[in-house]
Design a protein around this ligand. Structure first.
Ligand SMILES: Cc1cc2nc3c(=O)[nH]c(=O)nc-3n(C[C@H](O)[C@H](O)[C@H](O)COP(=O)(O)OP(=O)(O)OC[C@H]3O[C@@H](n4cnc5c(N)ncnc54)[C@H](O)[C@@H]3O)c2cc1C
Length: 531
């Protein structure tokens, strides 16, 4: 046993683990964060995959990171610098395009070209979604109360929640209810008529899920992606200078400044327990580290079936974890390019190359992409969200060269016949072929490519079934059900073992709320014990 005893050991140096570590250190706890990989950040990492070309290998844009965390941990002082994404352009199959620019007047003129009615509806829709994001904002920061429990903390939580819903007023409450229950296609149908506009907006509702735009529940995922806020601007998405890994390093710097210790290449094999209580961790290397508590940033399958012995857990929890839905559905293709793509719909170099390009020409297109996945194939014509980070931050690629990030759906984890090297390459070819329909010079520009399937994400990051949010953001896996009913308060049945990753409330994305609330709850519980 190592003699240096810790108050808290955090397993996993993803951004949530790092945030939990920072808050625990800020609360006066002697804290150690252990990360299996040589680099910190989990799904939020920057790597020089090919010499001179740096990639946000997995997650690539930021919006959801909670402003209170940015303030509490003084992240700008430690390197946070978010550069705005200027636009979203959807190339259309008739050679035209649909664009949303950072300037509203310009966007309005653009939407009028396609549908004057939609141009009128857009600002009202935007305000409504902002109100919804505001309505959900307090919920994001709360410990989900269990409606079946009579514990005073749950009853207080339910009362607070009821009061909050009442304060919304009837109209906003009804809209929230619609967002919680409808498909994104149906919800958007109530607002807009131009199909590519509905398709592009609905795409936020399918990201990271095994749902199509016409699946009930996808409207909630749409809202989840609206909750972001950069410098007070809701729904703004940006790019961290240096890639998403720089966000993780910024958080790590803040955690270290607060006194946390962080170790990489530290693969935790198991949580050491005695009499149903966590006493520390054992690393794969054989080293054992003692702590008063252990906080796991891993998903529930890893935590409950690998880190601890299922014999120490109630059978109903083990069964609920077995049923918890991962079903990874996303792939990623990272390209090193010798120059810039030339889009037929907007030829040449322009501001559209500093924003997102969305391959989502129609609702039917997206739904058919889902149909392929439903039957165990990757999409023949996939949805793709493309950014060229080197256009926003030139340090990402050598001078004159570029990096392109392509987020792709659907690439089902459970592929017919399983994923093989040949299937990964076929998936990569499909992505490039699809892009070439809109930017025909792309093939000639490719110097290197990295194709990542959900299997690769599982292998590299420990994300079970490659789910990008450590488990689907489906309604039955949210709020007091996340990760599973009865265990949404960041606690586990193993005393002094806590959860803090994306599989907890309020879900995935570079949001950090999970790590923050978990740490605050640990500190609160400890404070009470000490009192
Ligand atoms: C392809 C992809 C694209 C995405 N795009 C975006 C996006 O653009 N914007 C956005 O907001 N979100 C995006 N996301 C989602 C977001 O990145 C994740 O929800 C978030 O980063 C998860 O953070 P986390 O800290 O909860 O968990 P993770 O990032 O999963 O961190 C868990 C950490 O634990 C480590 N670990 C695992 N096992 C062990 C062990 N035994 N011992 C020690 N350490 C261990 C892992 O290596 C990892 O570092 C994307 C995710 C993916 C995969």
């Amino acid at each position: 046993m190592n003699n240096g005893r810790y108050d808290a050991i955090v397993v996993g140096g993803g951004h949530n683990g790092l945030i939990a570590g920072a808050y625990l250190a800020r609360g006066g706890k002697k804290t150690l964060v252990l990360e299996r990989r040589p680099i910190l950040g989990g799904a939020a990492v920057t790597e020089e995959v090919f010499p001179g070309f740096k990639f946000s290998v997995f997650s690539y844009v930021v919006s959801l990171l909670r402003p209170e965390i940015i303030r509490d941990l003084e992240l700008p002082k430690h390197g946070l610098q978010i550069l705005p994404l200027e636009s979203t352009v959807t190339p259309l199959d008739n050679g035209d395009y649909l664009a949303g620019w950072s300037d509203w007047d310009e966007t309005r003129r653009e939407i009028v070209r396609h549908s004057p009615r939609d141009a009128d509806a857009m600002p009202i829709f935007g305000r409504q979604m902002q109100h919804m994001a505001m309505a959900v904002k307090p919920i994001l920061a709360m410990i989900p109360p269990d409606p079946t429990s009579l514990a005073p903390s749950d009853l207080r939580g339910m009362l607070k929640l009821g009061g909050h819903f009442r304060s919304l007023g009837a109209e906003r409450f009804h809209t929230l209810h619609k967002l919680m229950t409808m498909s994104s296609a149906d919800f958007l149908d109530e607002w807009f008529e131009f199909d590519p506009l509905k398709a592009t907006k609905s795409a936020s509702g399918i990201i990271g899920t095994f749902l199509g735009p016409r699946s009930p529940g996808s409207a909630y995922v749409l809202l989840h992606h609206y909750m972001g806020e950069i410098d007070g601007a809701f729904r703004a998405w940006g790019f961290q200078k240096g890639g998403t890994g720089a966000i993780s390093n910024t958080i790590a710097n803040a955690a270290r400044a607060l006194g946390a210790e962080i170790r990489t290449n530290a693969d935790v094999e198991r949580v050491i327990t005695k009499d149903g209580r966590a006493l520390g961790v054992a690393l794969k290397s054989g080293e054992e580290l003692k702590a008063d508590m252990v906080v796991s940033g891993l998903d529930p399958r890893r935590t409950f079936t690998q880190l601890v012995d299922t014999k120490d857990l109630p059978a109903e929890l083990v069964e609920a974890v077995r049923r918890y839905k991962f079903r990874g559905s996303s792939g990623k293709v990272n390209l090193a390019l010798s120059g810039l793509p030339d889009f037929t719909c907007l030829p040449g170099v322009g501001p559209h190359l500093r924003g997102a390009i969305s391959v989502s020409p129609s609702l039917d297109y997206l739904e058919r992409a889902y149909d392929d996945a439903k039957y165990g194939e990757f999409s023949r014509n996939p949805y793709m969200d493309i950014v060229i980070p080197s256009m926003i931050d030139p340090d990402m690629a050598p001078p004159g060269k570029h990096v392109m990030s392509i987020f792709v759906q659907y690439a089902p984890y459970h592929l017919n016949g399983g994923w093989t090297d040949a299937k990964r390459e076929a998936f990569g070819d499909t992505v490039i072929k699809t892009l070439a329909r809109y930017a025909p010079n792309i093939e000639k520009l490719i110097l290197h490519r990295q194709v990542l399937t959900p299997h690769d994400m599982e292998r590299m990051l420990g994300l079970s079934e490659g789910n990008i949010f450590q488990g689907e953001l489906s309604l039955e896996q949210l709020f007091f059900n996340r990760p599973v009913p009865g265990y949404a308060r960041f606690r586990t049945p193993v005393r002094d073992l806590w959860l803090c990753g994306s599989a907890t409330h309020p879900g995935g994305g570079i949001m950090g709320a999970n790590g923050r609330i978990a740490a605050l709850e640990v500190l609160r519980a400890r404070g009470r014990k000490a009192a």
